[in-house]
Design a binder for this molecule. Structure first.
Ligand code: GLP
Length: 254
């Protein structure tokens, strides 16, 4: 059963997420951290920036990247993660391995990425958001539940969401960790906030595990925490139960 943590608002959600990430860093300073982009984890990264020294030994991977975007291009997720987090914390640039959307051969890049995750012993903690259509990373509905890192074609609705702000991606294609890759991380931390996410959060947590809602695969993970605010939790059928379980959580040593 996933652990569902419901916080009052996005601020409290980000505070809690920050505490969970820093606890993982304290347990294993050389941990491998998988980062997600999107608007949801911004508050988390803002808070992590205050813990400047916590990442000196950490390794970093990222969840996905837009095709055609190099590390410095304005739209790249690589750049966003640098600006939102890495530029502000102590880290070894040699320990940062982000997907290259500008690679000549996207399939070779995806395979090399898988090998590098493997070579460091896997990802210890993967941060995730969920798309309105249920995508996880850029694993759009219909993605194989066992998929690996690969180039992927975006859905029209995802493209439209990206273009809401005026500056959409230049390509239909992306690179994304696969659902199988994500599921191999030792722990998952899924974040969602806002009323807009309420329906998909309900389907992810309480619906059937199906490729139609790729994020529902997290129900199969042995160590997943789903951290949401009240608005995103508002459609959960077992909302009171999830709160009860968390409030009465068995904590060793208490
Ligand atoms: C995006 C990204 C994901 C992100 C998700 C949610 O399209 N591919 O990595 O987690 O959708 O984004 P947001 O947090 O902006 O709602």
């Amino acid at each position: 059963m996933p652990e569902i943590i419901i916080k009052r608002d996005p601020e409290e959600m980000s505070d809690e997420a920050c505490g969970l990430v820093l606890a993982a860093a304290a347990r294993k300073p050389a941990f491998a951290l998988g980062l997600a982009t999107g608007s949801t984890p911004r508050g988390l990264y803002e808070r992590l920036r205050r813990a400047k020294g916590a990442f000196a030994k950490a390794r970093f991977f990222n969840l996905d990247e837009l095709h055609g975007e190099g590390p410095d291009s304005a739209l790249s997720f690589h750049r966003a993660l640098r600006e939102q987090l890495l530029d502000h914390v102590d880290h070894d640039p040699g320990n940062v391995r982000f997907l290259r959307g500008d690679a000549d051969d996207l399939e070779a890049e995806a395979e090399a990425y898988e090998r590098e995750i493997w070579s460091v012993g896997g990802i210890d903690l993967q941060i995730l958001g969920v798309g309105l259509n249920g995508h996880l990373g850029f694993n759009e509905p219909g993605s194989s539940l066992g998929s690996r890192t690969r180039p992927k074609t975006l859905e029209a609705t995802t493209l439209a969401q990206y273009s809401r702000g005026g500056q959409g991606p230049r390509s239909l294609f992306v690179l994304t960790m696969g659902l199988g890759t994500i599921m191999e991380a030792r722990r998952l931390l899924v974040l969602a906030s806002g009323e807009e996410k309420a329906e998909i959060v309900q389907r992810m947590v309480e619906g059937p595990v199906t490729a139609e809602v790729p994020a529902s695969i997290v129900q199969m993970h042995p160590r997943v925490q789903i951290l949401v605010d009240e608005a995103a939790a508002s459609r959960l059928k077992r909302r009171d139960y999830w709160k009860w379980v968390y409030a009465n959580k068995w904590r060793v040593g208490q």
